[in-house]
Design a protein around this ligand. Structure first.
Ligand code: C5P
Length: 222
């Protein structure tokens, strides 16, 4: 069987990473979370106290930062050099600033270059916003995962409660909508369904049902 490239794109909190991880495990593929890469650059820029609207300075950071992934027990760990940033990149300060950094053209050029290297041998499930449209336009499997903004906010709310964080549901929904708007309206590779992507609406589907749907698509092509 062939080692495919599987691209999973969609708006914030649609369940991309959960599903992508499970699909990767099932097919013994590598999972790459490209959102974590933009989050890592955002964190590095904030730690360096660089203004996030200073495109040239943020680009320098993107080009100088070495991001690596390590498979962990439960979550994939993310590093900048030796620094474990797995938790730090999920903090609200990073989440609410990442779309500004991800809109910088030369930051994207650098990330896309690294992502293509990671995906070059196939056997990869990559999730993000522009994987099917820009990073891997020839991916054999392209999924566009969506869910209603309300359902996505509820999922994020429940995840937060498990972690002991209590943010009001309305605030979470608002933050999700703001991020989606920034990501879909930026000039460089905005969030958009690729013409040849399969639309999967997960609003009323379980994780298991979504994984099965995507697995069926992969097995047909393999
Ligand atoms: O997937 P996640 O929500 O962690 O992504 C964080 C942010 O990174 C997105 O809101 C978007 O601004 C940016 N991103 C991107 N292109 C990707 C993946 C993420 O612009 N391929």
């Amino acid at each position: 069987s062939e080692e495919l490239q599987v691209a999973i794109d969609g708006p914030a909190s649609a369940g991309k990473s959960t599903v992508a991880k499970l699909v990767a495990k099932k097919f013994k593929y590598v999972y790459c979370d490209t959102g974590a890469m933009y989050r890592a650059i955002t964190l590095a820029a904030m730690q360096a106290k660089v203004a996030l609207d200073d495109d040239a300075a943020v680009t320098n950071i993107a080009q100088a930062t070495v991001i690596t992934f390590k498979p962990g027990n439960r979550v994939q760990q993310v590093f900048i050099g030796q620094q474990d940033i797995t938790q730090a990149i999920r903090k609200p300060e990073v989440t609410n600033n990442v779309s500004t950094v991800a809109a910088i053209k030369d930051v994207r050029t650098e990330m896309v270059k690294q992502q293509r290297v990671i995906a070059s041998h196939g056997g990869i499930v990559m999730d993000g916003r522009d994987i099917g449209t820009t990073v891997l336009p020839n991916a054999q499997v392209k999924i566009f995962l969506v869910a209603s903004a309300h359902e996505r906010a509820v999922r994020r709310y429940n995840e937060n409660i498990k972690k002991g964080i209590e943010t009001p549901l309305v605030q979470l929904q608002k933050e999700i909508e703001i991020r989606d708007k920034k990501d879909s309206t930026r000039a460089v590779s905005p969030l958009k369904q690729a013409e040849d992507a399969v639309l999967v609406d997960t609003t009323s589907l379980s994780i298991d049902q979504v994984v099965k749907k995507i697995s069926t698509i992969i097995m047909k092509i393999q």
